[in-house]
Design a binder for this molecule. Structure first.
Ligand code: UDX
Length: 438
């Protein structure tokens, strides 16, 4: 019989890994430092919202394929493979904080495994980290680095449908037990060094962040030229060397990964005294991009001081309730600083710390009882809301669409002025009829 696989850390990465492996038929043991979380998981309650997650968790717990432990020693008992997926947040200077990972490895070194174990690091770490940590492990086990490429909102799906499997180790043979877990997926495997595997992860995320940033620069250029980005980026995306994925402009990239990973790559380059212009420029442009929404709002309504602003969207992207590093939160804070009060609606976020005076409401239309509306998360359902259902509520008749999810024409036909990112202002129907009367 196959031995169980242990997963240490039950955040997005760890949970997706547990469920994905259980779906592939493996028995999995989960451990987390939070005993509360373990208790909830035992009762089939996932630590975050994701479509299908709760059902999958309950199914695998009920069928005895998934077990949760509040002690590492018990969780790894009888296992030969332990996958470590603990958080590696950013320090102030952009370097990654790998202390949680070091603590787990130190704890594992005190445990007597049934046989020589393979320890797989899955947390994102800067290049060179695993080579530095390898001596800690090599006295009692093998160390492998296997990065993940999961998106929040589709993490289990991404786990089960990877484009490639990257494994780093000091010798290829060491990585074989880990790669065997994915035999059923029949995906290309890249065997490489620990450092190269770390670089694949960091450089991939930095590239995607840079690609989004590029799309934002193109959109900003379109704004300045008074033209629409849609055809420009669509036209570019058909070139397979460019591709249309991640070429969607907006308020910038948010979330717990991209900014942290680009900062970590830049920090590594600084440490090594090598060039980091693209990392720095990506971060700089992304810092500025949310201000585009505020500038567009100022251009339409004048002073922000004392304005009531309706906000659609708080999560860092559609399909998640995660507001960590959400640029929507940053924009709301900036608007509050300038004296505005916000009424916020997000289909998935029910609790959030908002600036004094601002509040969360339970319906999109309720949030439009305001001077102007800004859209800060790309929820597709916003597209489906009939502008005539709220046009009369918007006192200054202005909609700033930071995510380009609304239909500019329909908004204008309801008598509202529409501005997107890279989609210059659309005159409202009222303005149009005034113009035609002239
Ligand atoms: C990302 C990576 O995609 C994943 O491979 C990695 O493992 C973790 O980080 P995630 O942060 O979940 O995943 O979200 P993703 O869908 O990649 O979006 C990140 C941010 O970029 C969001 O704020 C999103 O709105 C923004 N984005 C994405 C754009 O602004 N434009 C795009 O074209 C795509």
């Amino acid at each position: 019989m196959n031995r169980p696989i242990c997963i240490i850390g039950t955040g997005y990465v760890g949970m997706a890994c547990m469920i994905g492996l259980a779906e592939l038929g493996w028995t999995v043991h989960g451990y987390d430092i939070s005993t509360d979380r373990i208790e909830r998981l035992r009762h089939g309650q996932p630590p975050y919202r994701e479509q299908g997650l709760q059902e999958a968790l309950r199914h695998h717990v009920a069928h005895g394929r998934m077990h949760f432990f509040d002690s590492v020693a018990e969780a790894v008992r009888d296992t030969e493979i332990a996958i470590v997926a603990v958080g590696t947040p950013s320090h102030e200077d952009g370097s990654a904080d790998v202390r949680a990972l070091e603590c787990v490895l130190a704890e594992l070194s005190t445990i007597r495994f049934a046989s020589w174990p393979t320890i797989v690091v899955r947390s994102t770490v800067p290049p060179g980290t695993c080579d530095r940590l390898a001596p800690l492990v090599e006295r009692w086990g093998d160390l492998v680095y296997a990065p993940e490429f999961l998106r929040e909102g589709s993490a289990v799906h991404d786990f089960l449908k990877p484009d490639r499997i990257i494994v780093g180790s000091r010798r290829p043979l060491i990585a074989v037990p880990y790669v065997r877990l994915f035999e059923a997926l029949q995906k290309p495997v890249v065997f490489t060094s620990l450092c190269n595997a770390e670089l694949v992860k960091g450089c991939s995320n930095a590239f995607l962040a840079m690609k989004i940033t590029y799309a934002n620069e193109v959109a900003n250029l379109c704004d300045a030229l008074g033209t629409h980005y849609d055809d420009v980026l669509r036209g570019m995306g058909y070139d397979p060397r460019i591709g249309s994925d991640f070429l969607r402009p907006g308020i910038g990239f948010g979330g717990p990964c991209f900014e942290k990973d680009v900062k970590s790559m830049r920090h590594t380059a600084i440490q090594l005294e090598t060039s980091r212009e693209l990392f720095s420029a990506t971060l700089r442009v992304n810092e500025r991009q949310p201000m585009r929404v505020i500038e567009a709002l100022c251009a339409e309504i004048g002073s922000i001081e004392g304005a009531a602003i309706g906000v659609w969207g708080l999560a860092f992207k559609a399909g998640t309730d995660d507001i960590r590093h959400s640029l929507a939160v940053r924009i709301i804070e900036e608007l509050a600083e300038r004296g505005a009060v916000m009424t916020v609606y997000d289909p998935a976020v029910y609790v959030a710390p908002l600036p004094p005076g601002s509040r969360l409401v339970r319906s999109a239309v309720e949030a439009t009882d305001a001077d102007a509306l800004v859209v800060l998360t790309d929820w597709p359902e916003f597209y489906g809301i009939d502008p005539f259902s709220f046009a009369h509520m918007l006192r200054r008749r202005v909609v700033i669409d930071g995510c380009n999810v609304l239909d500019a024409r329909r908004i204008a036909s309801a008598g509202l002025t529409y501005r997107g990112i890279g989609r210059p202002g659309t005159p409202s129907a009222a303005q149009l009829s005034y113009a035609s009367a002239l």
